[in-house]
Design a protein around this ligand. Structure first.
Ligand SMILES: Cc1cc2nc3c(=O)[nH]c(=O)nc-3n(C[C@H](O)[C@H](O)[C@H](O)COP(=O)(O)OP(=O)(O)OC[C@H]3O[C@@H](n4cnc5c(N)ncnc54)[C@H](O)[C@@H]3O)c2cc1C
Length: 387
């Protein structure tokens, strides 16, 4: 890392100091927020006490903290863009989100043999062994409630009574669509604004690009404008930062011989309430993205496409019912929500719990899995408490 930093003119000592700062933040965040499942500023104050609370660097944004410690545009942009893991803007997220590089450097990046879907298959096998019955292709259309408790769910048109309900549908859509909550209550959740969405472009191409690594970033020439466009103006960026995964670098079996696959993911705004973008707008943006990749070294990319599959925010919303097509749950914004997501236990119904990217500790597979484990601890505690 130090050698790479020096290539772009950043003193190795700056990077080392910055990474130490990130580690301290991570250890602090991990001890309470991750391990104890803290959900609110009040939980934070109670757990950490004032002295530790102040060490969170609450008064700066992520970008301000990065810029104060690193001097070169390349290093600043590389570390700012760790915020991509939670679909937010380094210009608006609090400085303690600089814990993200430590997560990557301490625990590495992982590739699931055969692709991500094998995690679902593995969990399916585990549930079979435990005798847990899963109803596939069976939509939950209602969480039935009575007073301050929920009574069960209506799924596939059938009512299933339950002592405890755990929803993996995002918090706001679940309250709105499944529980039919009133507008006044839904307004109290507005601070949990959706994170960004993405235009997900999956390509199968002839040949491969040897210069690509498994994970690649093609940065924006003007990162501030990119963040402003996506998160403040809610516009398609004219020069987006693009995340590109080339899984065949690690796993050639992901494509037939002589071919390779690419997943291309520029971040774009969640679906706007007013003047939402159309399919034609997204198609034009897809061309901007592919032209940029060609300009930055992937020569002749468009002429090598064999198969192409594109998901727009509208497709993502239709497939997963995420809030406005968000792909990382709730945005991390210092002023709006202090980077807190919704609590795992419903504030309205004592036996209703939530898991997934819209609750603490947030989005991305590891955090989503952790939210499930923490919710499990909470609800087993709740059962114990009732007995
Ligand atoms: C292109 C892309 C690449 C990504 N890459 C990575 C990565 O490399 N690493 C990483 O850690 N994260 C990655 N992420 C983020 C990660 O996928 C999400 O953070 C994670 O999937 C969120 O999990 P979740 O359980 O909250 O939501 P989901 O994975 O969306 O699961 C919710 C499920 O509930 C179902 N559902 C919703 N409502 C109902 C209902 N009423 N009835 C029945 N079912 C319902 C949905 O259909 C969905 O299957 C990526 C995301 C995208 C879009």
């Amino acid at each position: 890392m130090a050698a790479e930093a020096e290539k772009v003119g950043e003193a190795a000592a700056n990077v080392e100091r910055f990474l130490e700062y990130c580690e301290n933040l991570y250890d602090l965040v991990n001890e309470g927020y991750f391990e104890r499942g803290l959900d609110t500023v009040r939980d934070f104050r109670r757990h950490y006490g004032l002295a530790k609370f102040l060490r969170f660097d609450f008064f700066r944004t992520m970008h301000q903290a990065v810029s104060a410690q690193l001097t070169t545009p390349h290093m600043r942009q590389a570390f700012d863009f760790f915020i991509k893991y939670v679909g937010s803007s380094a210009e608006d997220a609090p400085a303690f989100m600089n814990c993200l590089p430590t997560i990557q450097f301490r625990y590495d990046l992982w590739y699931v043999d055969g692709g991500m879907y094998n995690i679902a298959k593995g969990l399916g096998r585990l549930m079979d062994e435990l005798g847990i019955r899963v109803h596939l292709d069976c939509e939950v259309s209602e969480i039935r409630k009575s007073g301050a408790r929920v009574e069960g769910v209506v799924a596939g048109g059938v009512f299933h009574p339950a002592d405890i309900v755990v929803s993996n549908m995002e918090v706001i859509p679940a309250y709105r669509e499944l529980l039919g909550e009133d507008a006044a209550f839904l307004r109290t959740l507005e601070k949990f604004e959706p994170a960004c969405s993405g235009l997900v472009i999956d390509l199968g191409i002839k040949g491969s690009y040897p210069a690509l690594a498994h994970h690649n970033f093609f940065y924006s020439g003007s990162p501030k404008e990119h963040f402003d466009a996506v998160f403040r103006k809610k516009e398609l960026s004219s020069d987006p930062t693009i995340y590109l995964v080339a899984p065949c670098v690690t796993d050639p079996s992901a494509a037939p011989a002589g071919c390779s696959v690419l997943k291309i993911l520029p971040h774009i705004p969640h679906i706007r309430d007013e003047k939402p973008y159309t399919k034609a707008d997204y198609t034009a943006f897809r061309d901007v993205v592919l032209a940029k990749l060609e300009r930055m070294g992937l020569d002749g990319l468009r002429s090598r496409i064999v198969t192409e599959d594109v998901l727009t925010p509208d497709d993502i919303k239709a497939m997963y019912y995420s809030n406005k097509g968000s792909i990382y749950g709730v945005v991390s914004d210092r002023k709006l929500n202090g980077a807190f997501r919704a609590p795992k236990r419903s504030s309205r119904y004592s036996n209703l719990f939530f898991v997934g990217g819209s609750v603490n500790p947030g989005a991305g597979m590891p955090m989503v899995a952790l939210s499930g484990m923490l919710a499990c601890d909470m609800l087993t505690g709740a059962i114990g408490g009732r007995k």
